[in-house]
Design a binder for this molecule. Structure first.
Ligand code: PLP
Length: 393
């Protein structure tokens, strides 16, 4: 199929839920992607923080192909090895208790919400079911996780939404505490990703963690975007010095295959018993074989240090450009937001595509960078040179 045929058929047969760029991608290698005409692009997106080990990764594709040939799927009525290995790595590395496997970030957050509500129901009975999230957060696209998302624009059309959510101001501990009347959980992203790459203050996060502990309110950390090495530690919460009760993950975990997970601490990991939750594809052997390779790579302290160094290099390089169009650079590890004039942002993104660099946006003002964690300095420098030119225009 030619690129034009692909675009035509997409508009005819695929629901038009995405504003796609005029770009048909064909294959990739490391942090470089190629379109159907053979033009190359430095990938500063990794999907949306998904392909952490880059494109065409040999160890990853071999593990996937091997597992696909051996056993692609059996139901959760039986045991399989890859799922157990992934759960073990995550539980041992974090000191937490047990894993539930899902297939996406929204599904992981749904699981966390169910767990928190049942934890409270089992202990305190009905009524203590509220979940407090932050304004400008993003937690997913299902009816419940849309309501968990603290942005009004997501609370349209699909009424009635799930009840029992309230929203507090980020970095305002008093507001969170005030909203916690009748709450069973607080759910936070350590860095608001879709909201604009906005890292939470350490003091605020610590104070909320302490408050939650004192009041037996579960602290859910949504690490769907920040997790699995993205910010230079396995999970971003480690850098905040807290111990969450529940951690959700997805995006980067499968290196490109769909997988999500709910990791619960020892104090609440037995709340969801037999028959209370499930997912047909959850813990799929192929996705888990991929996740095992990702975790084996990402859990290496040397690898994580390199992620931090690359992130610092990019942030410093952009700041050193001293471009009047850049209002600020923020982020941790390889999750970076570059503040620009909201009115000019779409133009910058399109000019960068022309120059062979793919970037994301977030919130109202950020150009968001989430490159594969294995990106080379050569690829980084190519992207930086293009950004320097485009942002100066
Ligand atoms: C992307 C994202 C989600 C939703 O993940 P899906 O896999 O698209 O369902 C939830 N939370 C955060 C923080 C995200 O970045």
């Amino acid at each position: 199929m030619t690129a034009n045929e692909i675009k035509q058929k997409e508009s005819q047969y695929v629901m038009q839920t995405y504003g796609r760029f005029d770009l048909v991608l064909d294959h990739g290698c490391g942090a470089t992607l190629y379109d159907t005409d053979g033009k190359s692009y430095v990938d500063m997106t990794a999907g949306i923080g998904v392909t952490s080990l880059g494109h065409g990764n040999k160890a990853l594709s071999e593990a996937v192909a091997g597992q696909a040939a051996k056993l692609m799927h059996v139901s959760n009525l039986y045991y399989t090895e890859p799922m157990v290995s992934v759960a073990e790595i995550l539980a041992v590395k974090t000191g937490m208790g047990k894993m539930f496997f899902a297939n996406s970030g929204a599904e992981a957050n749904e699981g966390a919400i169910k767990l928190a509500r049942k934890y409270s129901f089992d202990k305190y009975g009905e009524g203590r079911n509220k979940i407090v999230t932050l304004i400008q957060s993003f937690h997913g696209r299902t009816v419940t996780t849309l309501k968990a998302t603290g942005q009004e624009k997501f609370h349209q059309y699909f009424f009635p939404f799930t009840e029992g959510f309230d929203y507090a101001e980020a970095n305002n501990a008093a507001d969170v505490k005030a909203k916690c009347e009748g709450a069973c959980a607080v759910m936070l992203e350590m860095i608001q990703g879709e909201g604009g790459v906005l890292p939470l203050d350490k003091g605020f996060v610590k104070e909320i963690a302490q408050f939650c502990k004192e009041n037996d309110i579960l602290l859910i950390v949504d690490e769907v975007q920040t997790g699995i090495g993205r910010t230079g530690s396995l999970f971003c919460y480690e850098q905040y010095g807290i111990e969450p009760d529940i951690v959700t993950m997805a995006k980067g975990l499968g290196g490109g295959l769909p997988i999500g997970g709910v990791l619960a601490s020892k104090s609440c990991c037995d709340v969801l018993g037999s028959g209370t939750h499930g997912s047909t594809f959850g813990g799929n052997p192929v996705s888990c074989a991929a996740a095992k390779v990702v975790l084996d790579t990402v859990c290496d302290p040397k690898f994580l240090k390199e992620v931090q160094e690359k992130g610092e290099y990019i942030m410093k390089s952009v700041a050193d450009m001293k471009l009047p169009s850049v209002t600020g650079v923020r982020g941790m590890g390889l999750m970076i937001g570059i503040g620009v004039d909201p009115k000019k942002r779409a133009g910058y993104v399109n000019r960068l595509i022309e120059k062979g660099v793919l970037v994301l946006t977030a919130g109202s003002d950020a150009i968001r960078l989430l490159p594969p964690l294995v990106i080379s300095y050569e690829e980084i420098d190519k992207a930086l040179a293009a950004m320097k030119e485009v942002l100066a225009e």
